[in-house]
Design a protein around this ligand. Structure first.
Ligand code: PLP
Length: 284
């Protein structure tokens, strides 16, 4: 299929990334993943908006206007005939002789923007039955609000989960739950949805923001207040959200059953509401 390099669509096989690209050597860049449902990009504006925000926070100026990027990405999805899938996009600070400090303006180094598509089925069966999780210490830096390419702690946590036969690792800082290795985490008690506030300890998920809107529209209390591991284990329901996992019930954590071990009433209702959002947007 085709990919995007800079402001052009081209064949994947012809592109070459420099050995000294700072994304490759330092993880010096940012990224996004956007879902495609039935050929249509879901919440593209929000994702591209966050990409520019993340880039700005690490002082990368994306050499493309957001409108131009949106056009390009839409073209890419159409060209590759993506049906249910995703777009991965990233911006690195560019290629320059390896040294930690930023390339000087005189070096004329340009940030490198790339994007490609994937066909990915929706996790229907998992969403219906729920998945297992483990807990793990959150050993990341203090700017988790930036969707940075540096994912080593997330990779290690996800691997721990996988080795335990689980879907996700729920991270905590000294007992305070932050988020998942690649998702946001929620508990439900007496009809109230609770999650960590959107500060520098978590990534403010686009799915999280959609969920928040759905809760407000449907008079479901959505509380942004941190909770502990103890709260997690005592919750009526636990679920996670992300672009690819959507709204995913957690039915077991560290081998202990959540609630009665099946997806609860609240998560089912939220899944239904989210499904309606997807349908509405794919028809829009
Ligand atoms: N938190 C982390 C650390 C993530 O990597 C992700 C997504 O991959 C999320 C949360 C969920 O964000 P979104 O809903 O925008 O996919």
């Amino acid at each position: 299929g085709k990919i995007i390099l800079g402001d052009q669509l081209m064949e994947r096989s012809v592109i070459g990334i420099d050995l000294e690209d700072r994304g490759y050597q330092f993880g010096d860049g940012v990224y996004e993943v956007i879902r495609v449902y039935e050929g249509k990009l879901f919440t593209m504006k929000e994702h591209i908006g966050r990409l520019y925000q993340s880039a700005k926070k690490i002082k990368i100026t994306i050499p493309l206007a957001p409108e131009q990027m949106m056009d390009l990405v839409e073209k890419l999805v159409a060209e590759n005939k993506v049906y249910d899938g995703s777009v991965y996009m990233q911006v690195t600070r560019g290629a320059a002789p390896r040294t930690h400090m930023f390339p000087t303006p005189e070096s004329k180094t340009k940030p490198v923007f790339t994007a490609y598509t994937n066909e990915v089925a929706r996790p229907g069966n998992l969403m219906k039955h729920g998945v297992k999780a483990v807990t793990a210490e959150d050993i990341r830096w203090l700017r988790c609000d930036i969707k940075s390419l540096n994912l080593l702690p997330n990779v290690l946590a996800k691997q721990e989960a996988a080795e335990a036969g689980c879907y996700e690792a729920i991270l905590h800082r000294s007992g305070t739950v932050t988020e998942g290795s690649s998702s946001n985490v929620y508990i439900v008690n007496r009809g109230e949805v609770r999650t960590h506030p959107a500060n520098h300890f978590i990534l403010n998920g686009i799915t999280r923001q959609e969920l928040q809107k759905l809760c407000i529209e449907n008079s479901i209390p959505f509380v942004e207040r941190a909770f502990t591991l103890e709260d997690l284990f005592q919750a009526d329901e636990v679920f996670i959200t992300s672009t690819t996992s959507e709204i995913m019930p957690i039915v077991e954590i560290d081998g202990k059953t959540v609630g009665n071990g099946t997806p609860g009433q609240m998560v089912r209702m939220l899944q239904t509401l989210f499904e309606q959002r997807i349908i509405a947007e794919s028809k829009a």
